[in-house]
Design a protein around this ligand. Structure first.
Ligand code: HAM
Length: 452
């Protein structure tokens, strides 16, 4: 029997590592902003039809993976398995595509797919993505790919490969589908069950199969790129040319079709060999017909989404750096009631100056308090006893070195502290820039007030 006091299979608690998530999400949104993408937030659940009508009835997502249920009003609703469908719904509903185009948006949040959990594959996972509404020009395809590449660069991820293909428009797919079906039909004896079912409904999805015997057959199948019409072929050629001009390295992948049905023309995926079988870090492409199909005015569009669990996993595995979470600036350790009151005042003052300040909430001895201060990485500690409160002065201790400085409680303490923190920021910057051309800051007169 399942244990109901444990997290559900395929979900994850983030208890110590939230700073990694904050860092990655902040850089994602900041990088996207440089390209003009502004954050939107859309609901976590929608009418089921929003997804079935966009992602496609024959996709794995719709057929097997959606968390769909009836709410108490008898509506069929679904937890979002991806963002694109909901963002398209919102753009149409609020007339966002009737204004100035392109309308460029980005988003981050959780998605839900009931897949078999394994490394890099969860039932609740998180995506960061962008969608660009309006531009038909190949420059827009290149813009979003360049944005994804810039995001990986800024995170320090090197082992990410771009795979790209064009799956054309319905016109060029007509003849292709006839040829593909013929080929696959003639090899049907070797196809797996799922692929046999798709032979009639959506043969292009067979190209995506992970079953070894099917992969062998698919290797010899006709390639969509040999069937592109003039417009689609020119579009794809121009995308590749502009990627070359920006020196963005890609691999042409004529079998790449993606698992969602809304795509037209350019499709792409970012993969990494360093994170196991679930190697897709992100993927996307054009969906020029979706807005119209969903009831909006004809509007070409495109986007991508990146799996944040996989990004963080790749960063951890390749040793890319996360800036350490902020540590406590000052711990104030009171002894006795009067000191506790004073400590409360002082922590409030430090906090109002923007410092992380802590004091005792557990009625601990000074020794235990200092142990705790060490544990939370406090840079400084201030012990406040009755004498210190009476005299209005106390000694501030630098935890790492044990050095102390005697300061008057009040403005002298606050000013000294601000100055000391400023010095340490300057020192950090000097350390970062030393060796480069930066001839910036003077060495701080470090610790001149301290007595060893
Ligand atoms: P997708 O390829 O289905 O595309 O998902 C994008 C990324 O989400 C994947 O490359 C992967 O990193 C991550 N991902 C997907 N499923 C899971 C899972 N079960 N566990 C962990 N990570 C997962 C889309 O969702 C499209 N909406 C992308 C797009 C936006 N196309 C145009 N605009």
């Amino acid at each position: 029997m399942e244990k109901t006091n444990q997290a559900l299979k395929g979900t994850q608690d983030v208890l110590q590592d939230a700073y990694k998530w904050q860092y990655v999400e902040r850089l994602a949104v900041e990088t996207a902003a440089l390209y003009g993408f502004r954050e939107v937030r859309v609901p976590t659940f929608e009418y089921t039809e929003v997804f079935t009508g966009s992602v496609g009835e024959s996709s794995d997502i719709v057929q097997k993976e959606m968390y769909t249920f009836q709410d108490k009003g008898g509506r069929s609703v679904t937890l979002r398995p991806e963002f694109t469908a909901g963002v398209v719904r919102a753009m149409i509903e609020h007339g966002e595509i009737n204004g100035a185009l392109p309308r460029k948006v980005c988003y981050a949040g959780s998605c839900f797919r009931q897949e078999r959990p394994q490394k890099g594959r969860q039932r609740e996972f998180h995506q960061f993505g962008v969608e660009s509404f309006g531009p038909a020009d190949p420059a827009a395809d290149v813009e979003i790919i360049a944005l994804a590449v810039a995001f990986f660069d800024v995170l320090g991820l090197e082992d990410v490969k771009l795979k790209i293909n064009s799956i054309g428009c319905p016109e060029c797919r007509k003849e292709y589908l006839v040829r593909l079906r013929e080929y696959l039909f003639s090899h049907r004896a070797g196809l797996d069950g799922d692929s046999l079912n798709r032979l009639e409904t959506n043969p292009m999805r067979i190209l995506d199969s992970k079953v070894p015997s099917t992969i062998e057959i698919v290797a010899g199948a006709p390639k969509i790129t040999d069937f592109l019409c003039g417009d689609c072929s020119r579009h794809f050629g121009s995308v590749l040319e502009q990627l070359d001009a920006l020196e963005i390295v890609y691999e042409l992948s004529p079998l790449l079709v993606r698992g969602l049905d809304y795509y037209t023309n350019t499709v792409f995926e970012f993969v990494s060999a360093s994170i196991g079988a679930q190697d897709a870090i992100g993927g996307g492409g054009r969906y020029n017909l979706l807005v119209e199909r969903r009831g909006g005015k004809p509007t070409p569009a495109l986007g991508f989404a990146i799996g944040l669990e996989r990004v963080i996993m790749l960063m951890e595995q390749t040793g890319a750096l996360f800036p350490e979470g902020k540590k406590c600036d000052i711990y104030i350790a009171p002894i006795g009631d009067a000191a506790s009151k004073k400590a409360l005042e002082l922590t409030a003052e430090f906090r109002s100056m923007g410092f992380w300040a802590e004091t005792d909430l557990m009625n601990r001895s000074v020794k235990a308090q200092m142990k705790y201060a060490n544990k939370i990485g406090a840079e400084y500690a201030l012990v406040l006893g009755e004498r210190e409160v009476e005299e209005g002065a106390a000694s501030l201790k630098k935890m790492e070195s044990g050095e102390t400085v005697e300061l008057k409680l009040g403005s002298e303490l606050c000013e000294w502290f601000t100055q000391a923190r400023l010095m340490s920021v300057k020192k950090e910057l000097n350390d970062i820039f030393s060796g480069g051309d930066f001839d910036g800051f003077d060495e701080p007169d470090e610790d001149e007030d301290f007595q060893a």
